[in-house]
Design a binder for this molecule. Structure first.
Ligand code: UDX
Length: 455
């Protein structure tokens, strides 16, 4: 929304949230306190805020004044009831739709921006029909394709903008209104218009295809380790085929983030609902390989450390699901830490943007979901600490595990780090960002994903 405000000075954008605390943070004079860390975001907010970009908790007022309303609330995976662990929880979307229906007194275009399972627009439209004031609504789907860490750049230079609407004259008019907004900075040929359901489904499918590439290369990384091929060389060779292309072929400790797993699970659930079990199983395989990769990495650490990590200190570089973000949702770090802590390891994390509180919350949520006892949870949480430098994390550590690919990790003084670690000093590079040969020559026992190594 901040980018729309920045690119369209003649449009007033009001971002509303029921959380006073969150809105206060968005209005904070100190831009370091914005609730989200995203490169370039603070600059965009600084330029537009209080000119044509406003942050407020006055939800009803904003609904009444708006011509177009974007619903951009969270749609997490359900943790209860039917579809638990797979289907999207649409509680917040429904609450928004009901709120709009209740207070809107004039006609509006309602845009679903949250990633939603197919046919949600229809449900929103049904709720909106209940407006007591007789207002008319046109619901559009406008999924977001930005990636965290490069969100602002992605929004300025999108590969495409997708807008789905009804194929009625009113629907087409609404689609055009939204096209006109994006056309302020996106070339028309990149703005794709479709029917609502194609648009909703395209978002799930885009993420499924991207995640599938990562799981494909990660599956091959296991084969490379077993056979002596190097996954990076394989990825480069394969990616040179212009039909395949080089992007999203970087083997890793496993993909994370708020979208890939959630969207694939949604797709799987959707297929199951339509009785398409083979299709559901096919896509579920992408998640299975991702889980396998995270486990494999944790197992590799344990196996190299003479089959026990009990009482050993393991340093984690990175907790976020990738570099340049403080988002930790579904981060591989959570699952690798879970496995190692359960085996009695102590973990010390350095992440440039993630707080210890967040790390503990991530693990606590996972363990509570699994039904572990409060005492067990407390005991394990006490064994995960964080420090404020990459070197400090390694002091007296038996092993270093690189989980996220923050640039700052590449320029560390590894000679010094080596002297501070217990010997033999192990490095497990889950992101393939360190210089393997340099590490070996310093004396480390180094391991990287997708490359055969001698223990
Ligand atoms: C993704 C999609 O890219 C974006 O289009 C969509 O709108 C939301 O979901 P995001 O989750 O922010 O964006 O990050 P992305 O850069 O796609 O990375 C997702 C995960 O895959 C990260 O954990 C990343 O480290 C991992 N990844 C990515 C790899 O392991 N290898 C790769 O080659 C690329």
């Amino acid at each position: 929304m901040a980018v729309i405000a920045r690119q369209c000075p003649n449009i007033t954008v009001t971002v509303v949230d029921i959380s006073e605390e969150r809105i206060a943070a968005w209005n904070d004079a100190n831009l370091d306190n914005l609730p989200i860390y995203e490169p370039g975001l603070a600059e965009v907010v600084a330029k537009a805020r209080d000119k044509n970009l406003f942050f407020s908790t006055e939800v009803d007022k904003a609904i009444q004044e708006a011509d177009i309303i974007f619903i951009a609330v969270n749609t997490p995976t359900k943790t209860y009831g039917k579809g638990k662990g797979m289907a999207a929880d649409l509680t917040y979307v429904e609450q928004c739709a009901r709120n709009i229906a209740e207070v809107a007194k004039s006609d509006k275009i309602v845009v679903e921006k949250s990633t939603l399972p197919v046919r949600t627009a229809e449900a929103i439209q049904t709720i909106l029909k209940q407006s007591p004031h007789g207002a008319q609504f046109e619901v559009l789907s406008n999924p977001e394709f930005l990636a965290e860490g490069t969100a602002i750049e992605d929004l300025f230079k999108s590969d495409r903008v997708l807008i789905g609407g009804r194929t009625t004259p009113k629907g087409e008019q609404a689609v055009q209104a939204l096209v006109d907004i994006y056309a302020n900075w996106i070339p028309r040929e990149k703005i794709v218009t479709t029917n609502v359901w194609s648009s909703e489904l395209s978002k799930l499918v885009s993420n499924a295809f991207l995640a599938q590439r990562i799981s494909s290369i990660n599956s091959i990384s296991a084969l490379c380790e077993a056979t002596g091929a190097d996954v990076e060389e394989v990825a480069t060779a394969v990616g040179k085929d212009s039909r395949i292309g080089p992007k999203f072929l970087k083997a890793s400790v496993g993909f994370g983030g708020s979208c890939f797993q959630k969207d694939i699970l949604n797709l799987v659930y959707l297929c199951q609902q339509y009785g398409l079990d083979e299709v559901a199983d096919y896509w579920k395989g992408v998640i299975d390989i991702n889980d396998y990769q995270k486990n494999r990495f944790a197992n590799r650490i344990q196996q190299a450390l003479f089959n026990t990590v009990n009482g050993k200190k393991i340093s984690f570089w990175g907790w976020a699901f990738k570099k340049d973000t403080n988002d930790t949702r579904e981060s591989a770090a959570i699952y690798v830490a879970d496995q190692l802590l359960s085996e009695g390891a102590e973990i010390v994390v350095y992440d440039p943007k993630v707080t210890l509180e967040r790390m503990h919350m991530d693990l606590q949520t996972l363990w509570e979901y699994r039904g572990e006892t409060e005492t067990d949870i407390k005991g394990k949480l006490a064994k995960l600490q964080s420090v404020d430098s990459a070197v400090a994390a390694c002091t007296k550590a038996h092993a270093l595990a690189v989980i996220a690919e923050w640039d700052v990790f590449q320029t560390q003084d590894f000679e010094t780090i080596y002297t501070k670690m217990e010997k033999p000093a192990f490095v497990f590079d889950g992101r393939k960002i360190l210089d393997y040969n340099q590490l070996q020559s310093i004396g480390f026992t180094a391991y990287e994903i997708g490359k055969a190594t001698e223990d």
